[in-house]
Design a binder for this molecule. Structure first.
Ligand code: ACO
Length: 221
């Protein structure tokens, strides 16, 4: 197993939720390929809906963080939640009431693809362990932290008896991490093929090399 000197991995206690949100504002909110393509946030900027998405996921108490032991800073997270049958339809209804167009556009894609895919029916399960946010501080990337965070998450999913692990991997690096742990692509959408119904224009111009969304799954037996 890879070793990570100076990095401590642990489940995320409630006392660190504010630090997780700060980490996400400084990294994920601006850097994640879909957020980046619509310029959802500048680095450091808050985002009410994304923060609620992160906090409601944290409350499922299935998430992991990586901490720099010298500074105590949160430098990476895997935010994991439980997805249940019916959740997607409800989330789509709530999304219609969200005022931020950019947020609606991103989650419109994710919810729509997942609803069509219907992994609950395909795998005969009522609950799915979902890695919703995988994020590493830009200064710590490329060292395997995300891979370790997802591996620990898989362990939690197994311990809790989940039969399916899923990640909506929106860029090449998260796809590589997932592939390296044996997740397989259940469905793929190339961003250049995803166009607006009214104008026919491509919706997301993601930065290279991130050219597709992959819904990635692993059956846990
Ligand atoms: N150029 C080329 N390859 C890279 C780069 C880079 N700049 N950065 C990482 N990679 C590769 C690594 O080599 C590795 O692939 P390999 O195993 O084939 O060598 C893989 O991508 C990433 O491995 P890790 O080191 O474990 O990943 P890292 O700790 O750097 O974190 C992450 C990856 C989380 C995607 C990070 O880049 C990040 O936070 N990005 C912004 C947010 C984001 O896009 N998150 C994922 C969205 S999907 C979701 O959240 C469910």
């Amino acid at each position: 197993m890879a070793s990570f000197p100076g990095i401590d991995f642990s489940p995320i206690p409630e006392a660190r939720y504010d630090d997780v949100i700060k980490h996400l504002r400084d990294n994920f909110f601006a850097d994640e390929p879909l957020n980046c393509s619509v310029r959802l946030c500048q680095p450091g900027e808050p985002h009410a809906e994304l923060e609620e998405h992160a906090l409601s996921t944290l409350r499922d108490r299935l998430s992991w963080m990586a901490m720099d032991t010298d500074t105590g800073q949160v430098v990476g997270v895997a935010l994991n939640g439980v997805s249940r049958r019916g959740d997607l339809a409800e989330a789509q209804e709530r999304l219609a009431a969200v005022s931020d167009d950019k947020f609606r556009t991103i989650f419109g894609l994710l919810y729509g693809v997942n609803r069509r895919l219907d992994l609950f029916a395909a795998h005969g399960v009522d609950q799915i362990f979902e890695c919703r946010i995988l994020s590493v501080d830009s200064r710590y990337r490329g060292r395997g932290l995300a891979r370790r965070l997802l591996q620990l998450s898989e362990g939690t999913a197994r311990e809790r008896g989940f039969k399916l692990l899923k990640e909506d991997a929106t860029g090449l690096f998260s796809q590589r991490v997932a592939e390296s742990l044996g997740l397989q692509t259940a469905c793929q959408v190339r961003y250049c093929d995803y166009t607006a119904e009214d104008t026919g224009e491509v919706v997301f111009h993601t930065p290279q090399p991130h050219d597709c969304l992959k819904i990635m799954v692993k059956v846990l037996d």
